[in-house]
Design a protein around this ligand. Structure first.
Ligand code: FE
Length: 228
């Protein structure tokens, strides 16, 4: 009986000791455990990257579209008519004809309103010097008007104008929406040294000229006030 009591006491002691150390580190590990997951969660959790990508994607995609629509339809700058305009020009999209020499160029684009919408039927009337920098002030060589098509587009086939004293290379043009005010302006060519000395040169009116298999080509959109 004494032996049994001793064994029982020993067992109780062992059990007591075993539970003691377990309960001592217990407060430590619960304290450390939450600290780790708490620190890990915000870093590893996907909310941040997940939130970033959807936010960034839609905000990047619509911005250019939204910005492109209303932002860029400022009216085309006007310029002096100069002394060589002749009214009542023939209606034609090509100013090429026998006797006209020089580098062929095709200029095309839209006539737009300040609301950025095309203006079908807009008048576009071009005149220019020939390859030698000379205007035909008697007839209608290198002069002609046309109307923008149903989608508001125009196309001009002509030659690159020559230089004449005091001016850089340019093509004159009048543009008018049906019942709208008349815009008179000029188009310029890149890479001309005279662009630096011509006092009325305006870089906003530069043609983005490119070489093609068949001469030069450039696009230019006119923006005018319209009556709509
Ligand atoms: Fe001129």
């Amino acid at each position: 009986m004494r032996v049994f009591t001793l064994i029982l006491a020993a067992v109780l002691l062992i059990v007591g000791c075993a539970s003691q150390p377990a309960s001592t580190p217990a407060p430590t590990s619960p304290a450390a455990a939450p600290a780790l997951p708490t620190a890990t969660l915000p870093v590893a959790s996907s909310p941040e990257p997940t939130e970033l990508s959807p936010t960034a994607a839609p905000s990047i995609a619509p911005s250019p579209t939204a910005a492109a629509l209303p932002a860029s339809c400022e009216p085309t700058s006007s310029m002096t008519e100069g002394p060589y305009y002749t009214p009542n020009t023939p209606e034609r999209t090509s100013l090429l004809e026998p006797g006209i020499t020089g580098t062929r160029i095709v200029i095309s684009g839209y006539v737009l309103g300040t609301d950025c919408q095309p203006i079908p039927g807009a008048l576009v009337d071009f005149w220019q010097a020939d390859d030698n920098g000379v205007y035909d002030n008697v007839g209608y060589k290198l002069r002609g008007h046309q109307f923008a098509d149903a989608s508001g587009r125009y196309t001009l086939e002509t030659v690159v104008p020559g230089l004449y004293p005091g001016r850089t290379r340019h093509i004159h043009v009048k543009v008018q929406a049906p019942n709208g005010p008349l815009l008179t302006t000029q188009l310029f060519f890149p890479g001309e040294s005279q662009n630096n000395t011509d006092s009325i040169f305006n870089p906003a009116l530069l043609l983005p000229v490119q070489e093609t298999n068949d001469g030069w080509a450039a696009t230019f959109d006119f923006v005018v006030e319209s009556a709509r």
